[in-house]
Design a protein around this ligand. Structure first.
Ligand SMILES: [Zn+2]
Ligand SMILES: [Zn+2]
Length: 541
């Protein structure tokens, strides 16, 4: 069993625990363990066999026992049992209807149904109200939701990375193309869609329904079907004759408003031919949000990025060493990587005090000897204190090559205070970039009250860039805000805020988000070579 197989089983276990409404800490522990194992540079199975699994970060006795069972027997008995007990398709349908896992299973038991289909039949036969706790009102609500099941729209979007895994997996399995919100790289994906060119829709749709990612079927017509994922999210597959694949892809990719403004859309085997017939330049999917028929800007591309300017190491809450992160960045073809570990005020995790920052500098110098001409930059993710001062003294900041300033605690400040706090930090001469400016977590924490217009003005005046943070649950600035920043004349940085080697891969999400804001290569600071990155730093002292 290789590392990725072991990690997949732990992820599956976490999904089932999630389905069972288990303790969120346990679920997160399994997901983290899966990530650690996926990142490990050696065969984890060997470590498990020699009873040393707990040397891995984040693996306690519970997970260790599961790992031992998995490596020894090739399976986790409890996982199989959970799968039987939870009837993922039933729970998936329940989730879609807004019921928790427990409630769905109670309802199924009361109605003596075992599958999603039997539940639909029971509902259609008017049996829902015979279950305890279901009054006429709830019944009406559930029937209404069931009636809208064919519409591919969940109540809450999936994070972009989860949505990409799900939709990408389905597209690859069916030989189709990712469309919908995922192809536009939306931060929260609600319309999940795959378009498949084929002459025989029945066989494609049969394969779709049989995929392990799909736990229930919500709707089925001759040329399309809507399946429900284990998270209760509907995913639509459209099969189309190859001669009109381009037409179907354009329709399934753009927002409703964008598509409506293009209609009538001519027949074509690919997008290029469709756009050509329309007499409209081909439009990158990231810009198909609002009606648009013009010449799109030359958007920044992944290949333009020359380095990552925000990542963490084991010095704070990262999982890899300085050298490990540096080598990985070099392996991606970068010229530089800024190490930006936390400072003490961050609180929840270890932060570096001035002495630590200096000791870390020695380790960075040593890594640079090994990695030259690649360059690891001495950086920091320095907390902005509530009064706008920075968490490291100026003489320490002056030694550094890249300073990110971040608000972590006190996100709920009123607008005036928050804006003053950030403005003050931007005026510090050593600050080069404002991290995750709006402090939101997608679907979890609302944006802070920061007055961005004002911040963009000060950033422009001080030569400070705004980060487009690539963590899938941040994506901050988001596309609309990138557009506003660029309009104000400010620059952005595409960063990952990686906490592991694999995290550097999130640059995809950062670049896509900058593209959604219309950013070109010239708008993005880290498309520039190293001397330009070092250049604008004021002289120490
Ligand atoms: Zn941060
Ligand atoms: Zn960070």
């Amino acid at each position: 069993m290789d590392n990725s197989q072991i990690a997949d089983r732990l992820d599956a276990f976490a999904s089932l625990l999630e389905l069972a409404d288990a303790n969120p800490y346990t679920i997160r522990a399994y997901r983290r363990a899966a990530e650690t194992i996926r990142d490990a540079q050696f065969p984890v199975a060997d470590l498990v066999r020699s009873d040393r699994a707990r040397e891995l970060r984040g693996i306690g006795p519970g997970i260790e026992a599961r790992l031992a069972e998995l490596v020894e027997t090739g399976a986790i008995a409890e996982l199989a049992e959970l799968e039987r007990e939870l009837a993922p398709d039933l729970v998936g349908l329940g989730r879609y209807l807004g019921l928790g896992a427990k409630r769905s299973l109670e309802l199924a038991r009361a109605l003596n149904v075992h599958t999603a289909d039997e539940l639909r039949q029971a509902a259609a036969a008017g049996r829902l109200r015979t279950a305890p706790g279901i009054g006429p009102k709830t019944e009406a609500r559930l029937l209404d939701a069931l009636g809208r099941e064919g519409e591919p729209r969940p109540r809450r979007g999936l994070l972009l990375n989860r949505a990409r895994d799900l939709v990408g997996g389905v597209a690859a399995a069916l030989g189709g193309q990712i469309a919908g919100d995922v192809r536009r790289w939306r931060d929260s994906c609600e319309v999940l869609s795959v378009v498949c060119p084929a002459r025989d829709p029945a066989s494609v749709l049969e394969r779709f329904i049989a995929l392990p990612q799909i736990v229930a079927l919500a709707d089925r017509e001759e040329w399309r079907a809507v399946g429900v994922s284990v998270e209760g999210v509907p995913l639509e597959v459209v099969v189309t004759d190859p001669a009109s694949f381009g037409t179907a892809l354009v329709r399934a990719t753009g927002s409703e408003a964008y598509v409506a403004a293009l209609e009538p859309i001519p027949q074509g085997p690919d997008e290029e031919s469709v756009f050509r017939t329309l007499g409209v330049p081909w439009c990158p999917p990231e810009l198909r949000e609002e009606p648009f028929r013009g010449d799109p800007p030359a958007l920044v591309a992944l290949e333009d990025i020359r380095g990552d300017l925000h990542c963490h190491t084991t010095w704070s809450d990262g999982r890899a060493s300085i050298e490990g992160m540096g080598r990985a960045a070099q392996g991606r073809g970068y010229e530089y990587l800024a190490i930006c570990d936390h400072t003490p005020a961050v609180g929840a995790v270890r932060g570096l005090a001035p002495d630590d920052v200096r000791r870390q500098g020695e380790e960075i110098a040593a890594a640079n000897e090994l990695l030259a001409p690649f360059r690891v930059l001495r950086g920091t993710e320095c907390d902005i204190l509530p009064d706008g001062r920075l968490d490291l003294p100026d003489d320490v900041l002056a030694e550094l090559e890249w300073v990110q300033a971040s608000v972590h605690g006190g996100q709920r400040m009123p607008r005036r205070e928050m804006t003053k706090r950030v403005e003050e930090a931007l005026r510090n001469p050593y600050v080069r970039c404002l991290s995750h400016p709006k402090g939101r977590y997608v679907n979890r924490r609302p944006e802070n009250a920061l007055d961005l217009e004002r911040v963009f003005e000060v950033a422009l005046e001080q030569g400070v860039a705004l980060e487009v943070n690539g963590l899938p649950d941040r994506l901050d600035l988001r596309g609309e805000h990138v557009r506003d920043a660029l309009r104000a004349g400010a620059k952005v940085v595409c960063s990952t805020d990686a906490h592991s080697v694999r995290g550097l891969g999130n640059i995809l999400f950062s670049v896509a988000t900058a593209r959604r804001g219309g950013a070109t290569s010239a708008d993005v600071t880290n498309t520039r070579p190293l001397p330009a990155i070092l250049d604008r730093r004021p002289e120490p002292g």
